[in-house]
Design a protein around this ligand. Sequence first.
Ligand code: NAD
Ligand code: TYD
Length: 339
Amino acid sequence: MNIIVTGGAGFIGSNFVYYELKNHPEDRIICLDKLTYAGNLETLKDAMKYDNFRFVKGDIADRETVYGLFEEEKIDIVVNFAAESHVDRSIEDPEIFIKTNVLGTQVLMDACRKYGIKRYHQVSTDEVYGDLPLERKDLFFTEETPIHTSSPYSASKAAADLLVLAYHRTFKLPVSISRCSNNYGPYHFPEKLIPLMISRAFENKSVPVYGKGENVRDWLYVEDHCSAIDMIMRNGREGEIYNVGGHNERANIDVVKTVLRIMDRSEDLIEFVTDRPGHDRRYAIDPTKISNELGWTPNTAFDEGIKKTVEWYMENREWLNGVLSGDYMEYYDKMYSNR
Ligand code: NAD
Ligand code: TYD
């Protein structure tokens, strides 16, 4: 099968590219990525060695580029990871979130309608459900939980989800949606909590914790998210939403302390800073549906996954420094300017 992976130069998309190359060598992966600040070609340097991998630089919201790609390749599946993904940036400047996350999704689905595909899979987030109260540990997001967004980021993801469901109902487009909790693991851009803490702690710099660090996130090792998406896009039912999460809720302050402990750094580095406006209190996923229907379960426990993640960053300081300094744009020019 020919599979377009959009946003494959980012955190989860790149992990998914490697997951597919390893587990489905019979398929061809075409990565379409705009290479925004969050996309890094260095991340895909090992994928470039595979004959069944192709990288295309382009914007999912650019109809000409997307249609052109569909004309060149006979596409079976589209998995859409491409997005502006950082809540704090969406608070600063929401517009690009609407362009990429909503309009980009529409352009991809229009191409799917025009050229025909077997499956369009939308990678969404548990953030579309809003948040849960900290004191109600008995409550979880199910696929029936109403959409109730807090940030421009989650609003743009929810809008895209509704559009995906509308294209299924109105045009019979064969779609599926996954809504996953917070991921962590290799190639995570150091603006998000865990890699930011790691990169700051490397240099013995203070680590900023919003508010009192009481907000709770439900953490899943990125490879477990990839295996869930792989199962859904191949075997999940059309028109369905699947929640993905591993029942691993932790308060931010506990996550930060765990990272500091693994890195042998003092908790004195913790600096409590002004809270994020509209900050969601607690996310918690009920993954019963994907587990019952598709037999999905996560493989990596948090204690193991977080150690592996810190070790990966220790062994890949160059990647981190490249991302931080913007060197990857030079890398891109060097590799692609003459093609
Ligand atoms: P990321 O920010 O690390 O990567 C996004 C990638 O998309 C980058 O490579 C970027 O260059 C690319 N991109 C951005 N705009 C584009 C455009 N217009 N056209 C083509 N490519 C574009 O994001 P991530 O954390 O890997 O998240 C991937 C997807 O998973 C997103 O849709 C996000 O909403 C969803 N998600 C993320 C998490 C998480 O914890 N990170 C959890 C659940 C769902
Ligand atoms: P983040 O990684 O931005 O993911 P999301 O907001 O999409 O869940 O943040 C995870 C949690 O960590 C969230 O509650 C905000 C908090 N946070 C901090 O306390 N300090 C930080 O510097 C960042 C980036 C996040």
